[in-house]
Design a protein around this ligand. Sequence first.
Ligand code: C5P
Length: 228
Amino acid sequence: MPDTPLAGRHVLVTAGPTYEDIDPVRFLGNRSSGRMGFAVAAAARAAGARVTLVAGPVALDAPAGVERIDVRSAAQMHEAVMAALPADAYVGAAAVADFTPATVSGHKIKKGPGDAGLVLELVRTRDILADVAAHPRRPALVVGFAAETGNLEANARGKLDAKKLDLVCANRVGVPGSGFESSDNTLEVYWNGGHRRIGPAPKAAVAAELVGLVAGRLVDPTTGRPRP
Ligand code: C5P
């Protein structure tokens, strides 16, 4: 295998959280730092790919040589991803909001003296990963992430089937040395009929090994040639 196994390939990566606005000063977000997705983008670039990185709001510099598209909400991320297709591989590492406020208040929501609480109506966002996997120009390889607090394998394999993915990378969140807000990670990577644990290791090393798995699957094992 050459050391640039992804030369001539386009890899599309999402990273970071999304912010769903409630009013001009408030939003619903999550604790994703974006580091795993940025590490995947850097590793794919190092493997020779043209890389598009669609990033939610994060405090990270784009890896050198990577085209970065900044977005804020799940809806914006959906639009940017669809516009960036076609790609040979899609890696959905972003922690995309599942729900967004039904309406965004044009003014800052105020509390009144008699208000005991506030009910926010949320609606489902569109599933970017599932839409990429069902797209007429579906990438040859579609990779999802699954942040789980329990039942790792069952939940991850459920996602593999439900979203029609090629690989799903499960990571346990809420434990030290893994997942959100950590510089290290451990991934349990599942595919139909297989599994590999990557890490625990720094996210850059984890990303390099994951990109190796992706690159290996973009090559036909019988001919050693790139898969169309
Ligand atoms: O089903 P769940 O949200 O746990 O699946 C996580 C995977 O789905 C991640 O790869 C995430 O990027 C992706 N996702 C998405 N669009 C959504 C929700 C999740 O692409 N609206």
